[in-house]
Design a binder for this molecule. Structure first.
Ligand SMILES: NC(=O)c1ccc[n+]([C@@H]2O[C@H](COP(=O)([O-])OP(=O)(O)OC[C@H]3O[C@@H](n4cnc5c(N)ncnc54)[C@H](OP(=O)(O)O)[C@@H]3O)[C@@H](O)[C@H]2O)c1
Length: 302
């Protein structure tokens, strides 16, 4: 019988791609804010309990990193309490729970890529709320995959790629932070890898041993400035009209661009665990940017 997949938040960047990618794994039932109040744990439990899922995929999150600093209750409700309820549901239904977390759970010092078992130490409220969600899932669920990812973008949604393309068409000069280092991760890659990992998990004779936290990002690292540089290179190569001058992209340090929430300087994530556990070879961030850029071009053809 086809597996019943409950997908929370198919309207987000990652949720949208999951909705497309998971079709081949079973029948998808979407759950979004129109169906149930995600801030009401009892209501969420009741709603999803009745759906009797085989697989729960949670793409819902409070992702407004700066706003979270002054909106603690909602950030923790979405990022900690919701995954906690989903973990309980996964136990009740012996279902696999796939959930997403963030590079922001790590302290962000040094230059070494973080391993999944490194000590955490979030620098902002969003990171703390995501970490507490991870801990809740780990302590309650027995069949779970937590994917910690970084710098998520897509051809749609609110993200750095689209902000750069908009700003590059409006301004002759831009200064972009160059001392935060990580890997820009397309939502589509997250969905593809999630699908592969779920398939492997469901087919494994020893699936529970695969339960755990995994980093999910493309190979290689860059800064926000390096990411912007390649976006504008692609834009120029494809004939996108820019107001930005050839020498208009400047570099600044994080201290020159203060934000309500502190950002980690080192967001490098080691991919060794996911590659060896699931037999994967992650593509480079540059190849992934080319794919996502082409999708954006296709969508914006006039
Ligand atoms: N974005 C990043 O740079 C980044 C980096 C690292 C990790 N992550 C993690 O990756 C995962 C996916 O992130 P994303 O970039 O896809 O996020 P996103 O585009 O901001 O989408 C968030 C989703 O959560 C839903 N949601 C938020 N508040 C809700 C509420 N009160 N009730 C119901 N639904 C609500 C939104 O629904 P509506 O559309 O109805 O608002 C949307 O579907 C998250 O776990 C996030 O923490 C993201």
């Amino acid at each position: 019988m086809a597996k019943k997949i409950v997908l929370l938040a198919h309207t987000g960047q990652v949720g949208f791609e999951l909705h497309r990618q998971l079709q081949s794994l079973g029948s998808i039932i979407t759950v979004s804010r129109g169906d149930v109040d995600f801030l009401d744990s009892d209501a969420v439990y009741k709603h999803i309990d009745e759906l009797a899922p085989d697989i729960i995929v949670n793409a819902a999150a409070y992702t407004a990193v700066d706003k979270a600093e002054t909106d603690e209750n909602n950030a923790f409700a979405l990022n900690r309490d919701l995954p906690e309820v989903l973990a309980k549901l996964s136990v009740t239904h012996d279902a696999l729970l796939a959930h997403y977390s963030s590079d922001y759970v790590y302290p962000g010092d040094g230059e070494k890529p973080w391993s999944e078992d490194d000590l955490t130490g979030p620098q902002n409220l969003y990171g703390r709320s995501k970490l507490e969600g991870d801990l809740a899932v780990e302590s309650i669920a027995s069949k779970f995959l937590i994917f910690r990812t970084s710098w998520v973008y897509a051809a749609r949604g609110n993200n750095f790629l689209l902000s750069m393309l908009r700003l590059g068409q409006e301004r002759e000069a831009l200064n972009i932070v160059s001392d935060q280092i990580g890997a820009p991760t397309p939502a589509r890659l997250i969905a593809t890898v999630t699908s592969l990992c779920i398939q492997k998990f469901m087919a494994s004779n020893n699936a529970n041993k695969l339960s755990g936290v995994y980093h999910l990002a493309p190979r290689g690292f860059t800064s926000w400035h390096g990411f912007a540089q390649m976006i504008f290179e692609r834009a120029r190569a494809e004939g996108v009209t820019l107001a930005l001058k050839e020498d208009g992209l400047g570099q600044i340090e994080s201290t020159e661009y203060p934000t309500p929430a502190a950002r980690p300087l080192n967001s490098r994530l080691s991919l060794d665990k996911i590659e060896s556990a699931f037999g994967l070879a992650m593509p480079t961030w540059q190849s992934q940017l080319c794919l996502t850029f082409d999708e954006w071009l296709e969508m914006n053809k006039s």
